[in-house]
Write a protein that binds this ligand. Structure first.
Ligand code: MSP
Length: 526
């Protein structure tokens, strides 16, 4: 991308039936890292996240808790979902709730347009519905268990709960009209759906034929009213998907809408179909551009299964951040899991990577270099140095790594960006071991050489602080200010990270960037 381009990225909006777990936090961190990277590269960046508050699932949760759905949603947003963003240091530009007036009014405009243009008709729906998924189900999506409480019942394969049989007069969206247009989109824009495994699955699904989609319900009223028939509310997914455009001014602020849209959309692979089939069909019907990309990331697995609160395997993000800190949380999930694949979470792996990569690798490197500059040069950063081949090699590595990391981010290969940056951490550690600045310091005759080594190491740290700021914003800022960086690190151009020339002075770090954790016991499950 060229600096200044528009980069709009959105996470799915989260159901407020329950509190967040680390699977939700994972999507948020990935989107935030990408947004911070682009912001630091000077792109016109916008990160949107929010909550999905209508539908039967929320209504039933509220009723079960003796309250109204709006009061329930207000409570969960205030007590759980907004605090999550703080817990994991998300720098979102907006937070949309589907109960916001701005959303509801723009959804009404969208619906009326589709109705006026003949894309919606009235019909009869008869079939299965899973409230857990908030999705109409085909028989292939269901299973039966031979024994247990649900023996003999048809269950949703995802939630293992009985599906409901619906027979209702509904409004339908003419989704089948878009079958060929969607296939053409996937063909002409091969990176529209990523990764390849999700793309193939979606193409197969669409090729097997699309039905029209039931988009209204009349048996409950927790939702946005269908503008021409107030006895129906809008199907929760049709409502929720529209958040990506209502939040940026669809129907009310065309200028802002044109500035931001289309978006890059990160979603878990379980909801890729909604985003890569229904959503682009809706946009095509309204004559709007389809998203730039829909990236279906993998699942965090616990005990080999998708982690979920309903299966009691949910881990609260604060269980990790309380012990390891926010930066380590962000680093770990972006580094340990190939973005796009499933990944198993384990406390052992988290702890091992923390010690090896953050405490001993990056943290120790930073402390050593700053301590040597303080000890040998009273904090003054050398200038006018004569660089050797080994020093130039570090600069060449910084230049290469900056470009590699940027290219990886462009491909949404977040883990590859971190792996590339870590080669510079390793190169710098190796360089210091070989150059032995502590030995050079013993003889004043080596003063020039010591200057060059300290300058080179510090310049490398400057590059690391800038490149790592999107991933570990707090540690990067601490490092940046300790090494005399001018301004905030999150304002430094990430695509020119290699080019840091040094400030006047270093100041000692008040504490290690990643202190050793002696016995990293996980907090008890909540
Ligand atoms: N409300 C819908 C999305 C509507 S978007 C228009 C929804 N909400 S959700 O709260 O159930 O899930 C939100 C996101 O969290 C999804 O992308 C889902 O894939 C992700 N995850 C939920 N559990 C997860 C894991 N165990 N691992 C990784 N991501 C997970 O779906």
């Amino acid at each position: 991308m060229a600096a200044g381009d528009s980069f709009y990225i959105a996470t799915p909006i989260f159901y407020v039936n329950d509190v967040p777990h680390i699977g939700h936090a994972y999507t948020e961190v990935a989107a935030d890292v990408l947004a911070r990277w682009h912001r630091q590269g000077g792109d016109d960046t916008w990160l949107l996240t929010g909550t999905d508050e209508h539908g039967q699932k929320i209504l039933r949760t509220a009723v079960a808790n003796d309250t109204t759905p709006k009061a329930w949603a207000d409570k969960l947003v205030a007590d759980a979902w907004l605090p999550l963003l703080k817990t994991i240091n998300i720098a979102n530009d907006d937070f949309i709730r589907t109960t916001d007036a701005r959303h509801e009014s723009a959804v009404t405009i969208f619906l009326q347009k589709l109705y006026d243009d003949g894309f919606i008709y009235s019909g009869e729906y008869e079939g299965y519905y899973c409230v857990g998924c908030e999705e109409y189900k085909q028989i292939d999506d269901l299973m039966e268990l031979p024994s247990g409480d649900y023996a003999g019942k048809l269950l949703c394969k995802i939630h293992s709960i009985p599906v409901e049989v619906l027979k209702e007069k509904n409004y339908f969206f003419r989704m089948s009209d878009f079958e060929q247009k969607l296939l053409d989109l996937y063909e002409s824009q091969p990176d529209f759906i990523q990764p390849e495994s999700v793309r193939n699955e979606i193409i197969q699904f669409v090729k097997s034929g699309l039905d029209d989609l039931s988009i209204s319900r009349s048996s409950f009223d927790w939702g946005i009213k269908i503008p021409w028939d107030h006895s129906h509310v809008l199907y929760v997914w049709f409502d929720a998907l529209l958040n990506y455009i209502t939040a940026i001014g669809y129907g009310t602020d065309e200028q802002n809408f044109d500035r931001r849209w289309p978006a890059v959309q990160l979603v878990g692979k379980d909801i890729a179909r909604f985003h890569a089939v229904i959503w682009p069909a809706m946009l095509m019907a309204a004559g709007l551009p389809t998203p730039k990309r829909v990236f279906g990331h993998g699942w965090l697995l616990v005990g080999g299964e998708k982690m979920s609160k309903s299966k009691l395997t949910g881990i609260a993000p604060s269980q990790i951040t309380d012990t390891f800190g926010v930066d380590a949380f962000r680093y770990y999930f972006m580094r340990a899991i190939s973005f796009g694949q499933d990944g198993s979470f384990s406390w052992e792996d988290l702890s091992a990577r923390y010690q090896a990569e953050l405490a001993n690798g990056f943290g120790n490197l930073s402390s050593r270099v700053i301590a040597m500059l303080t000890r040998y040069r009273a904090g003054e950063i050398p200038s006018d140095v004569t660089l050797s081949e080994a020093d130039e090699a570090i600069f060449a590595a910084s230049t290469r790594v900056t470009a590699e990391a940027d290219a990886a981010i462009e491909r949404l290969a977040i883990h590859e960006a971190l792996a590339a940056i870590w080669t510079l951490v390793d190169d710098l550690n190796g360089y210091i071991t070989i150059q032995e600045p502590w030995a050079l310091a013993k003889d004043p005759a080596n003063a020039d050489r010591l200057d060059a080594v300290l300058f080179t190491a510090l310049r490398g740290l400057g590059t690391l602080a800038v490149l790592l700021s999107p991933f570990v914003p707090d540690a990067a800022e601490k490092l940046w200010s300790a090494i005399g960086g001018v301004g905030a690190v999150q304002r430094q151009d990430v695509r020119a990270a290699f080019d840091w020339a040094g400030g006047p002075m270093v100041t000692p770090l008040e504490s290690s960037l990643f202190p050793r954790i002696e016995s990293p016991e996980p907090a008890p499950a909540s």
